[in-house]
Design a protein around this ligand. Structure first.
Ligand SMILES: [Zn+2]
Length: 310
């Protein structure tokens, strides 16, 4: 078992109590959930966001994030700390550099990520980004199983399940709680390969309904939020024969057509031309739509012109 430092302990104790409860599968709503410590039928476990604690007014179970994990999962204190650290990408052991030749590149391990996406949790920063800034539809965000976590440097990440079946994970930087940290905008786990995003939506395509192609995941969410079925293809080189055939046969079967709003820049134009060539070779037509002047991509167009004004 690793040694836990005071610093790590305070990080674990500071993990948002409702996020921890969600990860444990306790459905939190309005700062309450069913109490797992007694036979509860009416949500009597209360969460205090200010104190970062829970308390049951029936059986008097109470404590903080570590207590909740210990008692709910029947773990020891150290085991509960390790579980919380693993769940939140907090590294408990110090990194020791060594001179050994670097290990072979690890394959992407979906197992490590499945639990994140089974009970996705969106922290306040993630909700502000998705619903405040991007004005996305809640159902779309739910369908896409977006998840968030804050790393030990205090950087909040939005975790994106690439294909509904976890063939890859992408994390998007949502900003830092602490000003001194520097982190990239996106990061990918070991062994991750880029892939077409949201391919499972093909199963939902209705007869005659158009299918839109976007360049990135955030344009794809905006497209879905405006009521269209969409997939994201960040680069034409990602399209393999199998995917092209899946898209082609779906479109033929549903009598659907392929559409695209190319981004208003050189990479956007290049991608559109490459995809047009691939579509033509597959016997499909890619219908081009233009964004209004001043909108750099579909997400921008959606935020400024399409989303319901509130
Ligand atoms: Zn109780």
């Amino acid at each position: 078992m690793p040694r836990i430092t005071e610093q790590q302990l305070s990080e674990l104790r500071a993990l948002p109590i409702e996020g921890v409860a969600q990860r444990l599968g306790l459905g939190v709503s309005r700062h309450r959930s069913l109490c797992p410590f007694h036979d509860d039928s009416h949500p009597s476990l209360h969460y205090s966001v200010a104190k970062n604690t829970y308390k049951c007014f029936v059986c008097d179970a109470h404590g903080g994030p570590i207590d909740l994990v210990m008692h709910h999962l029947r773990k020891s204190f150290v085991e509960a700390c390790q579980w919380l650290a693993d769940e939140n990408n907090i590294i408990m052991q110090e990194f020791i550099p060594h001179d050994k030749p670097s290990a072979p590149k690890r394959a992407f391990n979906p197992e490590k990520y499945i639990r994140f996406f089974e009970h996705p949790f969106l922290c306040q920063a993630a909700r502000a980004f998705l619903f405040g800034e991007r004005k996305l539809n809640e159902k779309v965000v739910g369908w896409c199983r977006l998840n968030s976590y804050t790393d030990r440097q205090g950087t909040t990440w939005l975790q994106i399940d690439i294909n509904g079946n976890l063939i890859g994970v992408q994390s998007r930087n949502l900003g830092h709680c602490r000003p001194s940290t520097t982190a990239p905008r996106f990061k990918f786990p070991y062994g991750h390969t880029c892939h077409i995003y949201n391919l499972p939506v093909l199963k939902l395509l209705k007869e005659g309904e158009p299918l839109y192609i976007t360049e990135g995941a955030s344009d794809c969410w905006a497209m879905l939020s405006s009521g269209h079925k969409a997939i994201a293809i960040p680069s034409a080189t990602l399209l393999n024969r199998k995917d092209i055939e899946t898209i082609r046969s779906t479109l033929i079967d549903r009598r659907s057509t392929l559409h695209m709003y190319p981004d208003q820049d050189i990479p956007g134009e290049k991608l559109y031309l490459q995809l047009t060539r691939i579509a033509t070779d597959a016997g499909l037509c890619l219908v081009r739509h233009s964004l209004p002047p001043g909108c750099k991509d579909y997400s921008d167009f959606y935020v400024r012109h399409l989303q319901p004004k509130c």
